[in-house]
Design a protein. Structure first.
Length: 349
């Protein structure tokens, strides 16, 4: 990560170098006393029901509108509610909805495998490793050098087409997210080989049901050409929506020293995360992930409690002199893209 300005560098250095001790314990105690870790089954039941009705409405619309160009207008709507579905699966994976592991897995399998064609087990494995070590170059799968790179060292190792991608990755970031919907499905199918036979059979069957149902819906309602156009538009906008939800969270934030991370839980999660300010619309659009700091500190905290924990976390950070990163939605994208641009700068010169 590029060195911050002098005005910012000193507070960051102090925050990084201070002993961790039990800095998190008082905050955790306060959060528990206020009941913010208690489940909100009613809130989630209503959200799941509303989302299911919305998906049913869009699918019914595709069938009723039939083989006309008007049906393509329903693809963006389906993309939006597919993202809502992914957020529900995400929350189930963190046991935000219920602490019962079997119930949480059932919710995750329905919303991930069946409704989205995305492996719940693959996502959980990858996402939990990310939460344990956010922005750690050796331990966080989200910052492993792949299509994008996040450090100068990663950039210097690029060659050929990947080198061109890195030079232009800031400009290409959002266009690349248009492929994310399909990429998530491919990762899920590949992950089946790494699961125990019984779990792989369940996950594989649900993934196959999704593909069969999705194809049947489009090919029985639309001509092959319109079906392909609908699928392409739906998957592209779904990937873009997820990319817009995930992009502000960690890109351009602190990256722990891979040779010796001395940060405690509080500093590790706060210094590597960025919150996004906004109202109810921002909360809805980003699925609560705009409270990224609180979510990382308390992964099992129900989504509607994250904004209530925010002032408690801010106060604790201020007390300890730990920078608390928060910005507007547009500026969060600017900061993330600027970081990607600066990483690729040496390859452009």
């Amino acid at each position: 990560m590029p060195e911050p300005t002098t005005a910012v560098a000193e507070p960051l250095r102090k925050a990084r170098d201070a002993p961790a001790g039990s800095e998190f314990a008082p905050l955790l105690r306060t959060v528990k006393e206020q009941g913010l870790l208690e489940r909100r089954l009613g809130w989630y039941a209503l959200g799941i029901a509303v989302n299911a009705l919305a998906l049913t409405g869009v699918v019914t619309g595709v069938v009723l509108v039939g083989d006309t160009s008007w049906s393509l207008l329903l693809a963006p709507l389906l993309a939006v509610f597919s993202a809502r579905t992914a957020f529900i699966g995400h929350d189930a994976g963190h046991y935000q909805i219920t602490g019962d592991r079997r119930a949480a897995r059932a919710i995750g399998l329905i919303h991930g495998n069946l409704l989205l064609g995305m492996s719940y087990a693959w996502w959980n494995d990858k996402h939990n490793r990310h939460h344990a070590n956010p922005n750690h170059i050796d331990k966080d799968p989200d910052v492993v050098a792949d299509v994008l790179v996040f450090t100068g060292t990663q950039a210097r190792d690029r060659s050929g087409f990947r080198r061109w991608l890195t030079r232009n990755q800031a400009w290409l970031f959002f266009p690349l997210t248009l492929l994310e919907g399909v990429a998530l499905k491919a990762h899920g199918f590949r992950y089946l080989r790494r699961q125990p036979a019984g779990r792989a059979a369940v996950e594989g069957a649900l993934l196959a049901l999704h593909v069969a149902g999705y194809a049947a819906l489009l090919l029985t309602s639309l001509s092959p050409g319109r079906a392909l156009a609908f699928a392409a538009l739906h998957q592209a906008l779904f990937g873009l929506h997820l990319g817009m939800a995930f992009a502000p969270n960690h890109k351009g934030m602190e990256m722990p020293d891979p040779d010796g991370d001395r940060w405690g839980h509080l500093r590790r999660q706060v210094l590597t995360s960025r919150n996004v300010r906004g109202g109810l619309l921002t909360d809805w659009f980003l699925g609560g992930l705009n409270y990224q700091i609180e979510h990382h500190l308390f992964p099992s905290m129900p989504r509607p409690h994250l904004h209530l924990a925010r002032p408690l976390v801010r106060a604790r950070c201020q007390e300890l002199g730990i920078p608390y990163a928060e910005t507007g939605l547009v500026d969060s994208y600017r900061q993330a893209l600027r970081h990607l641009h600066e990483v690729g700068e040496p390859l452009r010169t």
